[in-house]
Design a protein around this ligand. Structure first.
Ligand SMILES: [Zn+2]
Length: 497
């Protein structure tokens, strides 16, 4: 920044002119590097097995940038298949929006939720977009005809042909955004299983191809004046024996490996989700994300951790739960700074992990009991709060589940509107209830929202009318019930509007 400023003043003084804002802005733009993006999708690849494999190019990208393990859904939300997986990565929304639930793309809503290259063509048609895929449905169906070039590699050429086409495009042309899908790791997974040496060999193979593409980027004659965001990802995992589509933890595993501006070397994050790939591409290319698009993704370059995420270092392993691995992190009942939990009406005993509001992770909570729709909690990130009457009553107890999660006192402006935002997911069974209450300056809490029917994962934005003279507001989330289901709360904020 400072060198650019001095160059600008040098130019201005050399010209001996009082330059107007327009020409100055042009000089600044000319000095900035040109943003470019390369997304490489490795079908069916497990991050844990990348670490086991001989994969020097992926290792180098992890050392130079961000590694983010991530998880996806399971049925009934969507199966862990390539159709929903790639559609989520490429559109930046979860399957309940793009509606791809199989590999036939039946009922897809790509007109409403287009691929990220199409969004680039709409916002900045002068940019050059390119997609090449070993799995033809991506380039035939998911990416639209608005993309400058879409290539479905002939099956006889497979990943070799996909890689050579991508390398040629990166070397010989001037693309601004490139998407590449390599398929062979998934193929090895189906044939031999993720625990096999053949699966590791396939990772070594695609690692070499990733290396060829990264080398092509770095060999560009204009590389010094370019600013590349490179992201590597996968659409789903694989079982040890081979196969995917189900709800097991390995099948639900994906990841983002990313290098680029603001991504610290060797960094690891737990808040990244697969729709973030598309959002990160758009942000890097300077395309403003319109809230009306309904994207679920957030730019990885703009982390937005919430209060609950600060608890991760304090999460403990299981106590009474038996289905969760003894080393899996974890849960805590200790709220973050400024928050409290009121368990004065809470029953006693029960499963320790879920006695009253708990702060936990997808990996820990979904393992408490698989296939009870906990895998559909797609919009919570990193550490979130859970009230789970179903799991609590799996051990001797007295009374009912009655626990209230209390927020810090948020500053508000009396007489004005404020927006209460939170991510939620609520599975219902009578007589269970979830209630959101707001208290101004310590006055009696007032109910602002009640949950008494199934509510899919979503971000709520509730408009509050702040009473005249009020300066603070506390939010309460009260779950009451018994051996029913659960309620998830995450990403809470209250802002004057
Ligand atoms: Zn597969």
């Amino acid at each position: 920044m400072s060198s650019r400023m001095s160059r600008r003043s040098l130019l201005a003084s050399a010209a001996g002119l009082a330059l107007a804002a327009g020409p100055l802005a042009s000089v600044a733009r000319a000095a900035a590097k040109t943003p470019k993006v390369l997304v490489i999708g490795l079908d069916g690849t497990l991050l844990d097995r990348v670490k086991d494999a001989d994969a020097p190019n992926l290792d180098a990208l992890m050392a130079a940038g961000l590694t983010a393990p991530s998880s996806i859904y399971a049925n009934p939300f969507a199966p862990t298949l390539s159709g929903p997986g790639w559609s989520t990565i490429i559109t930046g929304v979860w399957p309940d929006k793009h509606n791809v639930k199989d590999n036939a793309f039946t009922g897809q809503r790509f007109a409403q939720y287009p691929d990220f290259l199409t969004r680039i063509e709409t916002a900045k048609p002068a940019l050059s977009t390119y997609a090449v895929s070993s799995w033809a449905p991506l380039t035939d169906t998911v990416f639209s005809s608005k993309v400058d070039t879409r290539v479905s590699t002939p099956s006889a050429e497979y990943d070799t042909g996909t890689t050579s086409r991508a390398v040629a495009r990166l070397r010989d042309a001037n693309p601004d955004a490139v998407f590449v899908q390599l398929d062979n790791v998934d193929h090895a997974g189906h044939s031999y299983g993720a625990a096999s040496t053949q699966y590791l060999d396939a990772i070594h193979g695609v690692d070499t191809q990733v290396g060829q593409m990264v080398a092509a980027v770095k060999a560009r004659s204009t590389y010094a004046s370019e600013d590349w965001l490179i992201m590597i990802t996968a659409d789903h995992g694989h079982t040890d024996a081979g196969g995917h589509g189900g709800s097991s933890t390995p099948e639900r595993q994906t990841f983002m490996i990313a290098t680029g501006p603001t991504l610290a070397a060797g960094s690891v994050r737990r808040d990244v989700k697969m729709p973030d790939i598309a959002a990160s591409v758009l942000a890097h290319l300077g395309i403003a994300i319109d809230p009306a698009w309904g994207l679920d993704g957030r730019p990885v370059q703009q982390p937005a951790p919430d209060d609950f995420d600060t608890l991760r270092p304090q999460l403990a392993t299981r106590v009474d739960e038996t289905g969760i691995g003894a080393s899996v992190i974890g849960f805590t009942h200790t709220p973050p700074s400024g928050w409290s939990v009121d368990n004065s009406a809470m029953g006693t005993g029960g499963v320790t992990e879920w006695r009253g509001w708990s702060f936990t992770t997808d990996e820990f909570w979904t393992k408490a009991q698989a296939d009870q729709n906990r895998e559909s909690n797609v919009r919570a990130r990193n550490v979130f709060a859970v009230a789970d009457g179903d799991e609590w009553q799996d051990r001797a107890f007295t009374g009912t589940f009655d626990s209230t999660l209390v927020s810090p006192a948020y500053p508000v402006t009396g007489g004005a509107a404020a927006t209460l935002t939170f991510t939620t997911y609520y599975r219902h069974e009578s007589p269970q209830k979830g209630e959101v209450l707001v208290s101004y300056d310590g006055a009696a809490p007032v109910s602002v929202k009640t949950y008494t029917s199934d509510t899919s994962s979503r971000v709520e934005n509730l408009t509050l009318q702040v009473p005249a003279g009020a300066t603070t507001a506390r939010v309460r989330f009260r779950y009451t019930g018994g051996n029913n289901w659960y309620w998830v709360i995450d990403g809470v904020s209250l802002k004057s509007t």
